[in-house]
Design a protein around this ligand. Structure first.
Ligand code: 2HG
Ligand code: ZN
Length: 472
């Protein structure tokens, strides 16, 4: 859908009855950053961006859009990885100006926020109230709560606290026809029929526009202990996880796989990073314990569990950070892998999950299949293996032409996602489907489930005005 000059003027007039002039944006330079996805692979187009300031305005906008069949793409911080927020000519409905913390009730361990709030803003507000909001992802300084809910964001603390879906108590959602669904409750238990709010989580803005949310808070974390451990082999990654869980499962908050190639990338290209241990092996993990007690409990428990794992031959060497800067160094290594991987001549990203117990075999067999397809290819499987979620990114052989490598994208994707599927896994563990995994939806999603999703879409958005062309 491309707006011509006449339509644009017509729309400006229509929305001028609802919004202030400064919230109806047509300036190309202001819109431009909203047209490119975070990965930089997909760019779109839009001549008009609306930035409402409250849910009533969102409701009025959608009422007009519904009546006149005008499509919108809801957008938060635009930090997604699958281009779900990128318009293809549609109007951008940006929630960025709806960024107020509505209330925080420490006794209920809840915070209610508008959906344009930045994730770190919510984390800070919880901290100020001596509470803890656990969602933690790389883009937390710019992603928004509405986007986190719409994509059911995951990250590095899912192991202990669950995905975003598990952190939502209630939602306010504007439906495609402009009706406002008010489910903004701070209840832990509410079995009054269908859990409708869950339909909108992970729906990538295709079923409704989330305008506010009530979120769960947790007791404040007083002590974090971070360690880096080198393992004797790939199977030991899951055996060590089991050991940590059985000794101190309630403290374990992160368990991230760092392959040697990932560590090498971070140390080569990252800013002043040092290897946490002197002889890193092929497979390493970052472990984090989080404790509400400010004493040696977490440190002692982790030391004990790691000592046991060394005795069992699972761990070759490990370092527990003894200062904040050592802990930061470890987490910066994790971040640097994401940032600098493309410097290996390009990368093809994959976000998949398999049952936790299948992680080693999945990594082994996928690697073998990739090497059979393209000898000397460099897989970089890393990430949240405590949840069975592997970012199985693939880099080309050294000195391989990046453009030729790109031409292999479809085949490489099929190898990785096809193999994940054969393990009973998912081709979209935490980043969603967006525009780039529609083919996998057709190939791997259960047919009946897919039809049910389409039926729901039809029911809630019969004119297909909410984020068309995404997911399906
Ligand atoms: C992470 O875990 C993000 O850091 C990005 O989900 C992963 O695409 C990636 O490489
Ligand atoms: Zn991730």
């Amino acid at each position: 859908m491309k707006l011509n000059e006449k339509q644009l003027q017509d729309f400006q007039k229509k929305f001028g009855n609802i919004l202030n002039e400064r919230d109806i944006i047509t300036d190309h330079d202001t819109i431009a950053p909203h047209l490119v996805d975070w990965v930089g692979n997909i760019s779109g187009s839009s001549a008009l961006m609306l930035t409402p300031r409250n849910s009533e305005q969102v409701s009025k906008i959608l009422r007009v859009c519904h009546e006149e069949t005008i499509a919108v793409v809801p957008q938060g911080g635009n930090t997604g990885s699958v281009a779900s927020g990128i318009p293809n000519g549609e109007i951008i409905l940006s929630l960025e100006k709806m960024n107020n913390i509505i209330s925080i009730i420490p006794e209920d361990y809840s915070i209610t926020v508008e959906s344009g709030c930045i994730l770190s803003q919510v984390q800070d507000a919880a901290q100020e109230a001596s509470r803890f909001f656990p969602l933690s992802i790389g883009s937390e300084g710019s992603c928004t709560i509405g986007g986190n809910i719409s994509t059911n964001a995951g990250g590095i603390s899912v192991l202990k606290y669950g995905n975003m879906r598990d952190l939502v108590l209630g939602l306010e959602v504007v439906l495609a026809d402009g009706r406002i669904m008010n489910n903004l409750k701070r209840l832990r238990k509410d079995n009054s029929g269908y859990a409708t709010k869950h339909m909108f989580m992970g729906a990538e803005g295709t079923l409704g526009v989330i305008t506010a949310a009530c979120l769960r808070l947790f007791p404040k974390i007083e002590n974090k202990v971070t360690a880096f451990a080198s393992l004797s082999n790939l199977d030991a990654t899951i055996q060590l996880l089991e050991t940590l869980k059985s000794f101190s499962g309630e403290l374990l908050s992160s368990y991230e796989l760092i392959p040697k190639i990932g560590l090498d990338i971070a140390l080569k290209y990252g800013d002043e990073l040092v290897s946490p241990i002197s002889d890193p092996q092929e497979w390493n993990v970052i472990i984090e314990y989080s404790d509400t007690k400010n004493n040696d409990n977490a440190n002692d428990s982790l030391e004990y569990a790691l000592g046991n794992a060394i005795e069992k031959g699972l761990v070759c060497n490990a370092a527990i950070a003894s200062s904040l800067s050592q802990a930061q160094n470890i987490w910066k290594i994790r971040k640097a892998i994401v940032e600098h991987q493309p410097k290996l001549g390009g990368e093809i990203k994959h976000d998949c999950s398999v049952p936790v117990s299948s992680v080693p075999e999945f990594i082994r067999s996928t690697t073998q299949k990739l090497i059979d397809y393209l000898p000397d290819v460099r897989p970089v499987p890393y990430g949240h293996i405590g949840d069975g979620n592997i970012h199985f990114n693939v880099c080309p052989p050294s000195n391989y032409d990046p453009d030729t490598f790109k031409q292999n994208t479809e085949e490489i994707r099929e190898i990785v996602y096809g193999n994940a599927n054969s393990f009973g896994g998912s081709f979209a563990a935490e980043h969603g489907v967006g525009q780039i995994k529609k083919k996998q939806m057709l190939n791997y999603k259960d047919e009946v489930e897919l039809q049910l999703m389409k039926d729901l879409k039809n029911l809630l958005d019969p004119k297909n005005i909410l984020n068309p062309g995404k997911i399906f």
